[in-house]
Design a protein around this ligand. Structure first.
Ligand SMILES: Cc1ncc(COP(=O)(O)O)c(C=O)c1O
Length: 381
């Protein structure tokens, strides 16, 4: 099956008991057994639930994996991945990453003896000097959040294979519509399915997808043993979202391009970070590993005034000022005070998260309305 067919049919079957085309929301915690251990594949919904299974199969299919796992949030999925490690182990992570991931790594897992190195990965030569006998994992977000750096997954997979490390890619920004990390050599793909996969800002869900059974078994064990699963209603919503992922992503990409090209020519705008520009430092890698450039972009205000950025955000009418991204509606955010507030100012500024940086999640509305909205808000400063 091609991608546009997989999002609708991949890993799916009509409900075996009724023929329902969409899997019912199996709102049940437990399943009847005819004698102890004799059941129809389901015992208890922490371990497995048919609606979650349908979502997990869809996730595996669209990411070209063999096994999918759905969690109660993206962070719960990340938490399960880090629980593959033991005290003393080390992780090399992108330095420009979602603030909540940084917080989980530094405020929770460092207390359990896991060491994290935050490293700029746009040049993969940078990484090998951080590898030692304790290194077990490379954690990559690409495109990065919020600076839209692109990291060469294939180059990193060569390094991770050479040193027998697990390569994990947070594919939230790109989605499998734009890039397939498992095809490029990653071991685990992670998603905040809250974003583009769900696509409608109505659910918080996380996902992992892997190819290898041994690794999947370890993760299923952690999922069941620690219990941060997603419920049947949320599974249903993400499954429904996935069915239009290709249509939405196509429009997100078109609108993202139009907005980026508008902003880059605006006299009050400083830098525009969007991987589709030829001048973007990682444009060639983006072209190689992504099929388009997505609907996420960030920009600064000339002069880098915090107050001007806040004024623009307060005056946008169609772009809603809100946390999150990837829904049908356009959102705007101020990383320094919102998504990345948990990263110390000195750290975040090193990666470009300055006070006037504005992040846009460009939705699927009419392009001209989005551009007029930005034009009006920028006129005020
Ligand atoms: C790139 C990225 N990874 C992970 C997460 C965490 O996901 P969740 O909010 O679903 O826990 C987010 C949330 O914003 C994100 O943007």
């Amino acid at each position: 099956m091609k991608f546009n067919t997989k999002v609708i049919h991949g890993g799916q079957q009509h409900d075996p008991s009724t023929g329902a085309v969409m899997p019912p929301i199996y709102q049940t915690s437990t399943y009847a057994q005819t004698s102890p251990g004799n059941h129809k594949g389901y015992e208890y919904s922490r371990t497995a639930n048919p609606t979650r299974t349908a979502l997990e199969n869809a996730l595996a299919s669209i990411e070209n994996g063999a096994f999918g796992l759905a969690f109660g949030s993206g962070l719960a999925a990340i938490d399960a991945v880090i629980k593959l490690l033991s005290p003393g182990d080390e992780v090399i992570s992108t330095n420009d990453l979602y603030g909540g991931t940084y917080r989980l790594f530094t405020k929770i897992f460092e207390n359990y003896g896991i060491k994290f190195h935050f490293v700029g990965m746009d040049n993969s030569d940078n990484i090998e000097k951080y590898i030692n006998a304790n290194t077990k994992m490379i954690w990559v977000e690409t495109p990065t959040n919020p600076m839209l750096n692109i990291i060469d997954i294939e180059a990193l997979s060569k390094i991770s294979k050479k040193h027998q490390l697990l390569l994990v890619v947070d594919n939230t920004f790109a989605t499998p519509y734009l890039q397939l990390p498992l095809n490029l050599g990653a071991d685990i793909v992670m998603h905040s399915a809250t974003k583009y996969l769900g696509g409608h800002s109505d659910v918080v869900v996380g996902a992992l997808i892997v190819k290898e059974k041994a690794l999947a078994d370890k993760l299923y064990f952690i999922q069941n043993a620690t219990g941060a699963i997603c419920g049947p209603m949320d599974s249903f919503l993400v499954l429904r979202g996935i069915k239009t992922l290709h249509l939405r992503m196509q429009r997100h990409c078109e609108n993202g391009k139009a907005v980026a090209e508008y902003l880059v020519n605006h006299p009050k705008v400083g830098d525009v970070y969007w991987p589709g520009f030829k001048s973007h430092p990682n444009h060639e890698i983006a072209k190689k590993q992504m099929s388009d450039f997505g609907g996420m972009l960030s920009f600064t205000i000339k002069g880098n005034s915090y107050e001007s950025a806040i004024k623009v955000l307060e005056n946008l009418k169609i772009f809603t000022l809100a946390e999150s991204l990837g829904g049908v509606e356009s959102l705007c955010g101020h990383p320094a005070s919102m998504t990345h507030a948990s990263i110390p100012k000195k750290e975040r500024e090193k990666t470009g998260v300055v006070d006037s940086l504005i992040r846009l999640s460009v939705g699927v509305e009419s392009e001209s309305d989005l551009i007029n909205d930005l034009k009006n808000a920028l006129e005020i400063i």
